[in-house]
Write a protein of this length. Structure first.
Lengths: 449, 220
């Protein structure tokens, strides 16, 4: 059995799902933010370039760089500036830089093809810059406004990270709450387990739990049904053992009494011989009873058939009649078989079905008329085993097949188990057994399928 | 001593009948409960052995019927069931003793002897008359301490007289007591057995009352 911790699995899944959901949501948010930032800065660059394009024409551009911001303003007056937020440079049409912002503007290379935006590396660095190119209003100068792309990306990341922070605090709290809730929900299952582990083997009453999750109810119900069935099986077994022990007392008594008679017989050979014959009979009877008890106990423990093969009723009957022929002859009973119809081959357990036929034939021979005749008649859906004896009373008819039941005034020795065995075998094969007196006299057993 | 045996099991019944006969009892065996119930009124039985698990009729019902109709013969119950309450119920229904299967033949005989003895008011298992001593359990007879060999009918006759000293038995009653229904009785069988007894145990052991019957002789 593969086991896993429900708590671990659920907690792990929860974390995994949260991380995936968060990652997906964050990437989406990043793209969205980055796009908005791009739009914002592009617009800003454009507006800035436009502002520069209308510089007075007579401006003397002799000192290309402006003062650096650092040199221009005292530190405390500078505000929260970022030195790579924006940079600009103004070139002549020949590419001569005539003015820059004094910070990063000097790095902008003159690479003017057309007016508009382009992404290019700048002098002294591999980093890509976003550049906006615009000609001045008089057409003598080219204005470049640039910004490092990485700056934009970092800003987007900063925003996302700021958003992540509350999650980092919420997630552990959520996880702890979730585990606590899970432990609470699983407690009934734990209770059941501890009830089961403390059970004695013979304690088969129903499991009792005050509250139980609906999802776990089927398990408890099934367990209780199982306990009930085991209990029934136990009492059946106990009953069987008790019945069997009592039934064995009679053959044992016979053995004991007959052996004492042999001792008492003294010189009386007739009495001694008769007692020895009776002793043998008693032993046969005891062995037959033990065989039948074992067979029945084995059958009762079967819930389904094993060693199923393809069988034909015709063959089974021929075999059974052949096997019992000597016994029939000994009792002056003639056997007849009539295959009126031939049912199709079917699946069954050969040994058990032979026992079924043998028991029924044995009964017909011994409890029918002697001399008499027994017939086996085969139809498509059933077979009949008839004798021409005196049948049984309606009261007995009802009780036939009960364990250890024997007809009143029965002279023959028997265990009272033969028909129980027949019934069990039939049941295992989904067949029906019906006992009845025939209208024309005699007893008849019908096995139908 | 004539005993009625009601037992449906052929092999047990046969063993009991043959064995008890060997031990000097005179046994009538019925394997049908209803016939057995009626048989009790048909002969002067000294005791009854009744199997409880009879097909068709409950042995306990037979017993109750007998007691209700005034039969007071001692009854020994045989049964395969040995639950305590059943034992109590059996004794309450009027059984005198109870024996669970499987039992030994010797035990059945001993219990029967005890029941019969109790009924005739004797406490010692040994029956003595003058110098004759009879152990009904071992079926042993001694005269002045010497073992005497008696045949089974002679033992039955001896047991009958020793159990009922002072009682006069007619020849017909003796026949009924020592012969069962299966046996052919010749007209002078009783006289022959009494003759043999006198020969083995002394002439005065049994007194003849002419025209009436026989009685145990006075102690010498």
């Amino acid at each position: 059995m593969k086991t896993f911790s429900l708590r671990f699995r659920l907690a792990f899944t929860l974390i995994l799902l949260t991380v995936i959901t968060w990652a997906v949501a964050s990437s989406f948010a990043w793209f969205k933010t980055y796009k908005t930032i791009n739009e914002l800065f592009d617009t800003q660059q454009m507006v800035f370039a436009k502002r520069l394009s209308v510089l007075p024409i007579d401006l003397q551009l002799i000192h290309p760089p402006l003062e650096r911001t650092k040199d221009l303003l005292k530190k405390k007056n500078r505000g929260h500036q970022d030195d790579d937020a924006l940079a600009f440079a103004i070139f002549t049409l020949n590419g001569e830089m005539v003015l820059n912002d004094g910070d990063n503007g000097h790095k902008i290379p003159f690479n003017f093809h057309r007016e508009g935006f382009s992404d290019e590396p700048v002098k002294g660095s591999d980093d890509l810059w976003r550049l906006m190119w615009l000609k001045s209003l008089d057409g003598h100068y080219v204005i470049a406004v640039g910004q490092e792309l990485e700056y934009r990306q970092e800003m987007a990341v900063d925003i996302i990270v700021a958003q992540l922070l509350p999650w980092q605090i919420a997630l552990p709290i959520m996880l702890i709450l979730f585990l606590w809730l899970l432990t609470r929900s699983l407690k009934p299952l734990k209770d059941i387990a501890s009830q089961l582990i403390h059970r004695k083997p013979n304690e088969l009453n129903a499991i009792h739990v005050a509250t139980i999750p609906r999802e776990a109810e089927p398990i408890v119900d099934s367990l209780n049904v199982l306990f009930k069935r085991i209990n029934q099986m136990f009492s059946r077994e106990r009953q069987f053992t008790s019945d069997a022990a009592h039934e064995l007392r009679s053959p044992l008594t016979a053995l004991k009494v007959q052996s004492e008679v042999i001792l008492l017989a003294g010189n009386n050979a007739a009495i001694r011989e008769q007692a020895i014959i009776n002793l043998t009979k008693s032993i046969d009877r005891a062995s037959r009873l033990v065989d039948q008890l074992l067979m029945l106990s084995r059958l009762e423990s079967f819930s389904q058939l094993e060693d199923i093969t393809d069988l034909s009723w015709t063959d089974l009957i021929k075999q059974a009649v052949n096997d019992i022929a000597p016994e029939a002859a000994l009792n002056n009973v003639t056997l007849h078989t009539h295959f009126v119809e031939s049912p199709p081959r079917f699946k069954g357990q050969q040994l058990l079905l032979s026992i079924l036929l043998r028991n029924l034939l044995h009964n017909a021979i011994h409890y029918g008329k002697q001399p008499g005749c027994v017939e086996v008649v085969l139809f498509n859906q059933h077979l009949d085993i008839n004798d021409n004896g005196s049948g049984v009373s309606s009261e007995e008819l009802e009780r036939l097949g009960e364990r250890f039941y024997r007809s009143p005034g029965q002279e023959k020795t028997g265990s009272g188990l033969g028909l129980s065995i027949v019934k069990h075998i039939a049941k295992l094969h989904q067949m029906n057994v019906l006992f009845k007196n025939r209208d024309q006299g005699g007893f008849s057993v019908t096995v139908s399928w | 001593m004539r005993v009625l045996l009601i037992e449906d099991d052929r092999l047990i019944g046969d063993g009991l009948k043959v064995g008890l006969t060997q031990l000097g009892f005179n046994v009538d065996w019925f394997y049908d409960g209803k016939q057995g119930q009626l048989a009790l009124a048909g002969a002067p039985y000294d005791a009854v052995i009744l199997d409880l698990s009879l097909p068709g009729i409950d042995g306990m019902d037979i017993l109750k019927n007998w007691r209700q109709s005034g039969h007071d013969e001692p009854v020994l119950i045989l049964t395969a069931r040995d639950a305590l309450d059943q034992r109590v119920q059996g004794l309450q229904s009027g059984a005198d003793d109870y024996l669970g299967k499987p039992f030994a033949l010797a035990e059945v005989a001993a219990r029967l002897q005890a029941l019969i003895r109790r009924r005739s008011g004797k406490l010692s298992p040994l029956l003595t008359h003058g110098s004759v001593e009879f152990d009904p359990v071992a079926m042993k007879v001694t005269l002045d301490g010497n073992d005497i060999q008696l045949k089974s009918k002679e033992l039955s006759l001896l047991s009958l007289f020793l159990h009922n000293p002072g009682t006069v038995f007619s020849r017909a009653l003796i026949e009924e007591k020592i012969y069962n229904w299966d046996e052919e009785v010749s007209s002078n069988a009783v006289e022959v057995h009494i003759h043999h007894l006198r020969k083995k145990l002394g002439n005065k052991f049994i007194t003849t009352l002419h025209g009436v019957g026989y009685r145990l002789g006075s102690e010498q």
